[in-house]
Design a protein around this ligand. Structure first.
Ligand code: FES
Length: 104
């Protein structure tokens, strides 16, 4: 069972940028790739920077503090795939961006 949560309007996130939104007890970064939105944990596992403030290059984001790079498609740290952030399915209904969360 998944829970869909509206996190933002499509106009809230410029193309090739991201914003972080509180969802439950976590922050989720939503990335606008122009033709689609992707969502991932916002919390960098190194020292906790907000990945929504990172540099986006295609399907990767580099952490703004020390440049660890993560795949936006599967959440893996590209230098060590053993570390993986949660990613979330995203859908757009009208102007609303929905993020799907698994039941805890
Ligand atoms: S806090 Fe993200 S790489 Fe250091």
């Amino acid at each position: 069972m998944v829970k869909k949560v509206i996190v933002a309007k499509t106009s809230d996130i410029p193309v090739n940028e991201a914003r972080a939104f509180p969802v439950g007890d976590r922050m989720i970064a939503v990335f606008n790739q122009g033709d689609k939105f992707l969502a991932m944990d916002d919390f960098c596992p190194h020292m906790g920077a907000s990945l929504a403030g990172g540099w986006i290059d295609g399907c990767t984001v580099s952490c703004p503090w020390h440049a660890w790079r993560f795949s936006l498609t599967d959440g893996t740290w590209l230098d060590n795939p053993k570390i993986k952030l949660d990613i979330f399915a995203v859908s757009v209904e009208g102007d609303d961006i929905h993020v799907e969360l698994p039941d805890e």
